[in-house]
Design a protein around this ligand. Structure first.
Ligand code: ARG
Ligand code: ZN
Length: 460
């Protein structure tokens, strides 16, 4: 309404003068950008809108691995949109609607270009419904390995960091745009379905002709790469930890190394809540499956482990619930804010549970050869974003060096304030430096330059 009012006098004037009316600027509708220009993943994410919620309906047959998905995306336009993109690299689309009317779409690489019948005014809410059927395949990246929809012997499991969500979910696939999720999953009765968040009561919505439907809900905002569904044969355990539901599960084929998962999860989250501040989600857990991707992932509220995890891996993935999940990234080059912090959580856990001190772990690594220092921790490069030495270990070393410089009391305060101020938000490295400087009361730029943005061993 407001938008159109200025047009009327203009139109009247134009008619009086006998010329064609000039559209007011506010009524110009343009395409949303095809990416957000992330230096490592320039095509990931899209411009012009903000997603609030993904409502997913998924049908899965563990015998054939066939999948049917209908996703309803609730979003809000942030500009006048003539068209917009989703990220999507999955099976053939069956139909696509915007606000309940069929819309035109085209696929160009990972971009799904959607042209609604009518432009979407800035500030307005809209829904997109996308349906597809087929067999999704994980994104295979030469440097980073597999991410996305992973088929297993008895089902499928999703682990999507950094850009695998598009393999199965048409989405705004960027950590910048968090949204809530509901998962309604139908599969053969006897196959267990797990997802982020909590099962919606009574868990099983219905059983019909050998198929059953269950519903899960993630009520806190979540980045697409942290969305998780796991389907297959699982042994499930339920309890409480840090005041919330603790729901863990393991595939019987990895039972040997998974028996401790449930209690390790509880112990880790209870210790971490003391050190990092209140646990940010309404349930916790973990899933050990046989994936063969070679890594674990901190899927929100309920990490996924490739095989039975050791205790420190559980500590690491659960530390990500604060560092990475609740306090999310805005840019992938800041990945040390996730991995450096989660690795330092392991060092702290060892230090406080009769293991080596963080100081001794630091000292050992400080003697590493030249190759250990050859990248920038604060910008390791796309292909090395998950490399252990420059990102995980040197990220943790950066935090330990900071702790040594500013003292334990300010350092541990800083960790809590960081998770509290940025709860369910997104950050860049500068935000962390600013907060550290504010608490310390002195310039820390030379310190962080040496530790994060110099490709050589810093002096201590
Ligand atoms: N964030 C995971 C961790 O906690 C690692 C994910 C690696 N992803 C990949 N595509 N290689 O260590
Ligand atoms: Zn990690």
């Amino acid at each position: 309404m407001f938008r159109r009012r200025p047009l009327l006098p203009l139109t009247a004037l134009a008619l009086a003068l006998g010329v064609a009316p000039v559209p007011a600027h506010a009524d110009v509708f343009t395409p949303g950008s095809a990416g957000l220009g992330d230096p490592y993943f320039p095509k990931s994410g899209n411009g012009g809108y903000d997603v609030a919620h993904y409502d997913l309906r998924l049908h899965f047959d563990p015998k054939t691995h066939d999948v049917s998905v209908t996703v309803v995306i609730k979003a809000k336009a942030t500009q006048n949109l003539s068209r917009f993109d989703l990220d999507y690299s999955g099976p053939k689309i069956r139909h696509l609607e915007v606000n309940g009317a069929a819309a035109k779409y085209a696929r160009h690489g990972q971009e799904l270009v959607v042209t609604p019948r009518k432009g979407l005014p800035s500030g307005s809410e809209f829904t997109v419904e996308v349906a597809y059927s087929g067999r999704p395949h994980a994104i295979k990246d030469k440097a980073l390995g597999l991410a996305g929809w992973v088929e297993t012997k008895d089902g499928a499991t999703v682990v999507s960091e950094p850009d695998g969500a598009r393999s199965w979910l048409p989405s705004n696939d960027t950590p910048q745009d968090k949204a809530t999720f509901t998962f309604t999953v139908t599969t053969r009765a006897g196959t267990t379905v797990l997802a982020n968040g909590e099962p919606v009561n009574p868990g099983i919505v219905g059983v019909r002709h050998g198929w059953s439907t269950v519903k899960w809900e993630m009520r806190q905002p979540m980045a697409t790469y942290l969305a998780m569904i796991a389907m297959g044969k699982f042994k499930v355990a339920e309890g409480r930890a840090a005041g919330v539901l603790n729901l863990t599960a393991y595939d019987p084929s990895v039972a040997k190394r998974s028996r401790h998962l449930h209690t390790d999860t509880r112990k880790a989250i209870e210790w971490e809540s003391k050190v990092f501040g209140a646990y940010p989600f309404s349930s916790v857990g973990g899933i050990a499956d046989k994936l063969d991707v070679g890594y674990a992932l901190e899927t929100q509220g309920r990490p996924v482990y490739d095989g039975g995890p050791d205790n420190l891996t559980v500590v690491h993935e659960l530390a990500h619930q604060w560092f990475g999940d609740s306090v999310g990234l805005r840019s992938w080059k800041d990945i040390w804010l996730n991995e450096g912090f989660a690795t330092y959580a392991e060092w702290l856990y060892e230090e406080q549970h009769g293991g080596p001190s963080a100081k001794s772990t630091f000292a050992k690594l400080y003697k590493s050869p030249k190759s250990f220092w050859k990248r920038k921790t604060g910008d390791p490069g796309r292909n090395d974003m998950f490399d252990y030495a420059p990102v995980y270990q040197r990220g943790a070393m950066t935090l330990h060096a900071l702790r040594t410089k500013i003292g334990d009391s300010i350092f541990f305060d800083l960790l809590k304030e960081w998770t509290e101020t940025n709860r369910h938000g997104t950050v860049i490295t500068r935000d962390f430096i600013d907060l550290a400087e504010q608490k310390y009361g002195q310039d820390l730029d030379p310190f962080f330059d040496a530790w994060l943005y110099t490709a050589k061993k810093p002096a201590v």
